[in-house]
Design a protein around this ligand. Structure first.
Ligand SMILES: *Cc1c(COP(=O)(O)O)cnc(C)c1O
Length: 385
């Protein structure tokens, strides 16, 4: 056994083209409000195959802007997945609205459609959802339900660059899609995000809201320094330094997605002999996955031994993660504010407490996969004695 083996869960793929693009901006006089953000927005819309895009400082900022734009706030309810990143719920809290949590299905980690309608009340203004680990939700059913009750649909696409449902890129099914370019996601700008929508007016509005509510962009000012403020707003901009990096990253997205899919498939094939585990996936025709990671849910007697297994894997140099470490309503902040019923989110609880996420990003080689599977199998055998 190689003692020095070290396989990180995530590692951004940065090459000389990325570095050169950043340096070019640093050699130019314009670091923000420049041409790179605009070009990145166009590139991103082109990649999705439609819609409109606005660069922002993070996915969380994009989510916040979505509720802010729609005027959702105090007294309103938004349905939020229990199994997601805290940001999905925080954005609702930030505008003063109330998140109403919904459990997930165990097969994919996506919100349980069978419970969705029963959570809608006269106060509900929006349904937010996450495409869990890059697996699309059933957008046709969600959008149909939202239309029936006149609700906005906010898609958290943080792990879903490249995820499509019935040939349409996610983020363009609902009213808004929010992407993340945090370092371990599919592509990175250091920190950063993209706000997308199939509605042009929504994106135009958000372009103002992300920059103080100023009425005209830098290039639209006939008199230098002169502008008016027409609405309340934030400073949620992306810089041109980040956008230049994002454009280069996006240029590699085809290869990134292909390598993730290949790694996932190799992994899944090799894990098929192991009993008592479930692999989160959607294999139906309508679903094109972006393969953020490969998540294994431990079952039977293994279920209670997750932390022990992860510790052993770590000792063997195998980087893993947990998506996500707690159902959001169980996090201290939410538990204190809304009180927590242990039994309301059984499937989200299983994913948080009994799953392990393995890496499939481009830094993972076939040799790494073989090393991980071999050792995982060994550890399971030893632990299950
Ligand atoms: C990472 C992540 C976020 C937060 O993204 P930032 O760009 O860091 O704000 C939001 N939602 C989900 C599902 C995530 O995985």
């Amino acid at each position: 056994m190689t003692e020095s083996k070290k396989i990180p869960f995530g590692r951004p793929w940065i090459d000389d083209r990325d570095r050169n693009a950043v340096m070019e901006v640093l050699h130019s006089p314009i670091l923000t409000h420049g041409p790179q953000c605009k070009a990145f927005e166009q590139d991103f819309a082109e990649f999705m195959g439609g819609g409109y895009a606005a660069t922002v400082s993070s996915c969380t900022a994009a989510l916040h802007l979505a509720y802010f734009h729609f005027g959702i706030g105090v007294g309103d309810e938004v349905i939020v997945p229990a199994q997601t990143h805290t940001a999905t719920a925080h954005a609702v809290e930030l505008v003063g609205a109330t998140p109403v949590f919904i459990d997930c299905e165990l097969k994919t980690g996506n919100l349980d459609l069978s419970q969705l309608e029963s959570l809608i009340t006269p106060r509900t203004k929006a349904i937010s959802l996450v495409h869990f680990l890059g697996i699309s939700c059933n957008m046709k059913e969600i959008v149909a339900l939202a239309e029936r009750y006149d609700l906005k649909v906010i898609e958290d696409c943080a792990l879903a660059v490249g995820t499509r449902f019935q040939d349409t890129h996610v983020g363009l099914w609902g009213d808004v899609g929010c992407f993340s370019f945090y370092p371990v996601k599919h592509i990175t700008t250091g920190d950063g995000g993209m706000f997308v929508s199939r509605h042009q007016d929504v994106v135009e509005s958000v372009k103002k809201l992300r920059a103080f509510g100023v009425d005209r962009s830098f290039s639209e000012r006939s008199l230098p320094g002169m502008y008016d403020v027409v609405t309340l707003g934030f400073n949620y901009r992306m810089s041109d330094i980040q956008a230049a990096l994002g454009r280069q990253q996006l240029a590699k997205i085809g290869e990134i997605l292909a390598r993730r899919q290949e790694n996932f498939t190799q992994f899944k094939t090799r894990l098929s002999d192991i009993g008592d585990i479930l692999i989160l996936d959607a294999v139906e025709e309508d679903y094109i996955n972006s393969y953020y990671c490969l998540t294994v849910v431990l079952q039977g007697t293994l279920a209670k031994k997750r932390n022990e297994i992860v510790t052993r894997l770590k000792e063997l140099g195998i980087g893993t993660s947990i998506y996500y470490p707690q159902p959001v309503p169980r996090m201290t902040y939410y538990q204190k504010k809304y009180s927590y019923e242990e039994t309301r989110y059984p499937q989200a609880t299983i994913i948080s407490d009994c799953s392990i996420a393995f890496p499939v990003a481009p830094h993972i080689s076939l040799e790494d996969i073989e090393y991980i599977v071999e050792n995982f199998q060994q550890v399971l055998q030893e632990i299950d004695q």
